[in-house]
Design a protein around this ligand. Structure first.
Ligand code: AMP
Length: 289
């Protein structure tokens, strides 16, 4: 497994693989890898011949400097896990390599100013800008993003479509701990009861699924039931519990053809997110979470 730090060296490495007719797969991460990240590589391997993973804690997407400073990092551990998962190349740039004299940015204001965007102003502008840069640096045929960060996955799909990036995006299932908590690099910050209580996020999605299977599809019934379950987990703050259209991310009154039920809450100082995709197939609804 090769580790590359510069954009020029990346372009050379990718050119070489392309002359060997390799299809390039790409997974963007901020490191501190867990099984969720590695599952994206496994999916990528099913579609491509050469796996690139980036590890870059992207300052531009952190609205809170303390969150950036305390974001967990352990590159040696990441290298070992990535190698074991079959990554061929790691792109590990530093800030100056990525952001010298940067003035250009990408945003989709109509889709980024609410849900996670309202609690984290500028976050998705940072995400879209770095992902666009990474796509130009890695030039992948396929890139896999996790459903775990559903707003991110949806806006990246929109950017790729609107700006004609020549690649396919795959959205991969959420990998969870055995008690249902969605895996996240930030879970390491959960202390004491917060770790156990945080499973209420998952429980609230299960409750929503139960209601939906009983034919309840109105947001004004599903959201209060979920709120009760999350409140019982004693979060420091519930950020949002929303039901939105999958394509536009706009709130809906009742479940449509494809919707997302998304939750965000603070446990201690740690902000956690989770979600479920609800798709109408024929007369019934399928929940994926
Ligand atoms: P991050 O390092 O948190 O920026 O995440 C990098 C990629 O891994 C993103 O596409 C995330 O959506 C994805 N990811 C993070 N956690 C999980 C998870 N528990 N299951 C599946 N994918 C995940």
């Amino acid at each position: 497994m090769e580790i590359i730090h510069t954009i020029d060296a990346m372009h050379d490495a990718i050119k070489k693989e392309r002359t060997n007719n390799k299809r390039i797969g790409f997974v963007a991460t901020m490191g501190y890898l867990h099984q969720g990240h590695l599952s994206l590589i496994h999916i990528c391997k099913q579609h491509t011949d050469f796996q690139v993973m980036s590890i870059f804690v992207n300052k531009m997407q952190f609205n809170d400097p303390r969150d950036y400073d305390t974001y967990p990092r352990n590159y040696d551990r990441d290298f070992a896990l990535a190698k074991e998962a079959g990554v061929d190349l790691i792109f590990l740039p530093d800030d100056s390599e990525m952001y010298q004299n940067r003035l250009t940015y990408i945003d989709i204001e109509m889709m980024t100013s609410f849900l996670c965007g309202s609690a984290r102003p500028g976050h998705f502008r940072g995400v879209l800008t770095v992902v666009a840069k990474l796509f130009n640096i890695v030039q992948p045929d396929v890139s896999v993003f996790g459903q775990k960060d559903i707003q991110q996955a949806v806006i990246i799909q929109k950017m790729v479509k609107d700006l004609n990036f020549p690649l396919a995006i795959i959205v991969a299932p959420i990998i969870r701990e055995s008690d249902g908590l969605a895996m996240s690099s930030r879970n390491v910050h959960l202390k004491g009861d917060d770790r156990t209580n945080a499973t209420c996020m998952y429980q609230s999605l299960k409750k929503a699924e139960e209601l939906i299977q009983h034919g309840i599809i109105q947001a004004n019934t599903i959201i209060p039931a979920m709120t009760d379950i999350i409140a019982a987990g004693k979060p420091k703050k519930i950020d949002y519990i929303s039901i939105v259209d999958y394509e536009t991310l706009q709130p809906v009154d009742s479940l449509k053809d494809k919707s997302v039920i998304a939750v965000a809450a603070f446990f201690g100082t740690t902000r956690l997110i989770d979600n479920m995709i609800v798709e109408k197939i024929g007369d019934s609804f399928t929940c994926v979470y």
